[in-house]
Design a protein around this ligand. Structure first.
Ligand SMILES: [Zn+2]
Length: 238
């Protein structure tokens, strides 16, 4: 018997254990495993992004028809940077349409109606990001998505002549079919033509695009008239 040990109180007898020899490798293995898991996560994330943003990996868009329309929408050129002016923070329009809009907004305000600019010029990338990710998120086919949003390259917003309007007193009606019940819409129906604005997608339009009481385009110049001639004729005659 080790008397020396017996004299040591029980609580103090335990010798500190040596650090386990496998501690180092275990830390290394854990670290490598974490890096692998992170790598897989990043890979999956990238893959997911590819599916969200690449039209070739989701349901492909069909070819445009003989009349140039894709899923009901006519194609439009992107406005020249130099032609665009800012009409509200973050919103640009073609200079001509901007002047028309500001005059119309001022006249509406004098009648107690506050026209709220919700969307104006949109480039191809912005339209792409409005079309495809939402289509994937909602599990829609291109045909279904195109009823409420134009595919990139086919939006009137590309021209700098089209805009989406809301009633500042009724933001709950923004981009909703019920916007047609707002004072702003009633005012627009009565006065917008004086400022050369036309409703692009009335109810039951021949293009087959959903009714958009908030979406108006400006046709007050030769250039604008020519850009929208095809759409105007199509909706008037077929
Ligand atoms: Zn619009």
């Amino acid at each position: 018997m080790n008397t020396q040990l017996d004299e040591i109180p029980v609580a103090r007898r335990l010798t500190p254990s040596a650090p386990p020899q496998w501690g180092g490798p275990l830390v290394l293995v854990t670290l490598l495993a974490s890096i692998s898991v992170m790598g897989v996560a990043v890979f999956l994330r990238l893959n997911q992004d590819m599916y969200s943003f690449s039209p070739s990996l989701v349901a492909p868009l069909p070819q445009p028809g003989a009349d140039g329309r894709l899923l009901g929408h006519f194609s439009y050129p992107i406005a020249q940077e130099g032609d665009l002016v800012e009409v509200a923070p973050g919103h640009r329009l073609h200079g001509d349409a901007a002047a028309g809009f500001l005059a119309m907004q001022k006249a509406a305000a004098a009648d107690g109606v506050r026209l709220q600019l919700l969307s104006a010029f949109r480039d191809q990338e912005t339209q792409h990001n409005l079309f495809f990710p939402v289509m994937v998120e909602r599990g829609q086919q291109p045909e279904e998505r195109a009823q409420v949003s134009a595919p990139p390259g086919y939006s009137e917003h590309h021209t700098g002549y089209a805009l989406d309007l809301g009633d500042a007193y009724h933001p709950e009606l923004d981009l909703e079919p019920d916007f047609e019940k707002s004072d702003a819409f009633a005012w627009l129906q009565q006065h917008a033509h004086r400022y050369h604005f036309r409703l692009s997608f009335p109810a039951h339009n021949h293009q087959g695009v959903a009714y958009e009481p908030w979406h108006w385009r400006w046709e007050g110049s030769i250039q604008a008239l020519e850009l929208f001639e095809q759409a105007r004729r199509f909706n008037a005659t077929t």
